[in-house]
Ligand binder design. Sequence first.
Ligand code: MTE
Ligand code: MO
Length: 254
Amino acid sequence: MPGMNFKLDRRVFLKAFSLSALAALWPKRSEGTVQFQNDERFPSHYIQNRDVPGFFIRSANPFPGVNMNEWALSVSGLVENPTAFQYEDLFGFKMIRQTSRLKCVECWSAKAEWEGFHMSELIEKVKPKPEAKYVAFSSADSYYESYTIDELLRDRVLLVLRMNGSALSPNHGFPLRLIAPYKYGYKNIKYITGIEFTDDRKRNYWADFGPYSVDGTIQPGIDHPLDFNKKPLPINGGEVFHFFDKRPDTRRKG
Ligand SMILES: Nc1nc2c(c(=O)[nH]1)N[C@H]1C(S)=C(S)[C@@H](COP(=O)(O)O)O[C@H]1N2
Ligand SMILES: [Mo]
């Protein structure tokens, strides 16, 4: 009967209405944690710089994240055995777990439990030639980094697959990142796709596009290291304002 249907519909409608009315009275619980710095020129699902409480995200070139159908780790250059590793292959290495702090030059730091393998494991597989002295990392977001082999062989430098008990999240470098606790955050490259052994020192992203050194060793007691020998950079809201950033005032405040 149409009348009964109407009653039923109306009852359902009223119930739904009162629920949504009630919902409107609830505080937006997640607001404080999702309203972080976000550049609106990029789709919201893109990985980009976000001041997420607890662990900021720094991705200079916003991108949608690694597509695992296309991902492999290419290890090349001056090595006896150039190899393309699949994600699963990397879990064959001896896993090491450590808690360490990542310190960004912008004056924030955060700690996590990282799990991954030591560079020596990879070296054993690919066998660098005697001329090889340096390593150039490339990544899925066009970022790049540069190390000496010796720097990478230090204790507590890990090629990381897991963070706080889970696979790395897309924001923090899935599927593979470097954690070098004695180097500033920018040296801790995420989304690694290539590791090339060379006999010459390559540069890195933040030495080419910003004021920071290729070396990037943490300088104790210095919050805003400027190891770039030009005029000092003004500090804006606790962050270093980069000379190439043309939009200091359009940034939404967190
Ligand atoms: N591929 C890639 N790796 C990167 C970056 C980046 O933009 N792209 N940013 C670096 C900087 S400046 C910092 S401080 C750390 C931040 O790591 P997080 O985003 O996991 O906090 O990642 C570093 N590794
Ligand atoms: Mo950084």
